[in-house]
Write a protein that binds this ligand. Structure first.
Ligand SMILES: Nc1ncnc2c1ncn2[C@@H]1O[C@H](COP(=O)(O)OP(=O)(O)O)[C@@H](O)[C@H]1O
Ligand SMILES: CC(=O)N[C@@H](CCC(=O)OP(=O)(O)O)C(=O)O
Length: 288
């Protein structure tokens, strides 16, 4: 990727993103490594933020990175269940998913996956859809009886992912998996991103959400957090809801060989590019 000329870089990079000078410094650093990017449904429901996210992924691919995209969709699922008057309960940030709900979750996530892939294709970025119905790469076992059709990944087909990357496509993965009987399971998207990052031995896991990062009891950003501090904040209920599986999962990934795990703010313009390609890293860095 270092072979890109200054003029080419200028054409690829957005005007309001990191400068060519900054980017040049960082290009060498990530040569050929896997960058797992998880974008939450809270960011993707906003059409402006959706557009910036798509643009950033396409830019990374043009620069020669190997991005792997995992998408959420929690808010879209909530909206659909709301329309259908179906109540949804959460236990520690995970959706209780019964027989009826899993069908809706699957439909919503497959549709969302299609939209993301189409948007990337429009940016001349080649992609591969990965869902429970196409190229499934995730085998699961049930997480717990109480959660119904919620799965924990037991196997990720990294060989399939690597083949897709080799032919220059960006894998776009929905948080769905299959058990040994081909039953579809709902999986928290942060958990999927974590499993993929660990199994691929990714250089970085970047979790894009609709908050600055992990916040303390005064709602101030915590720039760096370890497991001791995170567990304290969970006990004190300062970390709650969807942030619980997010942080637990990030800690697990950080202690399993992925050097940099960050939670960044998808509401900030080009936060993904600034985090990877400039000195202006923001958000919360998670350490084991
Ligand atoms: N200590 C905390 N710091 C930041 N966010 C928190 C904290 N505790 C709970 N949250 C909640 O976690 C949410 C992020 O999780 P989630 O809604 O699952 O996002 P996503 O859709 O991006 O995965 C935030 O919007 C916030 O409401
Ligand atoms: C088991 C479980 O909770 N699955 C999630 C899957 C989507 C997701 O994780 O979306 P976000 O990243 O947008 O939160 C759900 O049903 O909402």
């Amino acid at each position: 990727m270092s072979s890109l000329k200054e003029e080419e870089l200028k054409n690829i990079l957005p005007k309001d993103g990191p400068t060519v000078k900054e980017v040049k410094k960082y290009l060498e650093k990530y040569n050929d490594e896997f960058i797992v990017i998880k974008c939450g449904g809270s960011v993707l429901v906003d059409s402006k933020l959706f557009k910036i996210f798509i643009e950033d992924v396409a830019v990374l691919k043009k620069l020669g990175f190997n991005p792997i995209v995992i998408h959420g969709g929690g808010k879209r699922i909530n909206n659909k269940l709301g329309e259908l008057n179906i109540k949804s309960d959460f236990i520690n940030g995970l959706r209780v998913t019964d027989k009826n709900t899993i069908n809706i979750v699957e439909d919503v996530l497959i549709e969302f996956n299609k939209e993301i892939v189409n948007a990337l294709t429009d940016q001349s970025c080649e992609t591969r859809r990965i869902t429970s119905k196409e190229y499934n790469i995730i085998t699961v076992k049930p997480e717990s009886d109480k959660l119904g059709f919620v799965g924990t990944p037991t196997h990720i087909k990294t060989n399939v992912l690597k083949e897709i990357i080799k032919v220059n496509e960006v894998p776009v993965v929905a948080p769905l998996g299959l058990d040994e009987n081909n039953q579809t399971f709902n999986i928290n998207a942060d958990t999927v991103a974590g499993s993929v990052a660990k199994e691929l031995k990714a250089r970085r896991l970047m979790i894009i959400s609709d908050v600055e990062g992990v916040l303390d009891s005064e709602k101030k950003l915590i720039p760096e957090i370890n497991s001791k501090k995170a567990n304290e904040l969970i006990d004190q209920e300062v970390i709650s809801g969807g942030m619980i599986p997010k942080i637990k999962n990030c800690l697990d990934v950080a202690s399993n060989g992925v050097k940099a795990v960050v939670i960044i703010d998808g509401r900030k313009n080009h936060s993904l590019l600034f985090e990877l390609l400039s000195d202006k890293g923001s958000g919360t860095l998670i350490r084991e």
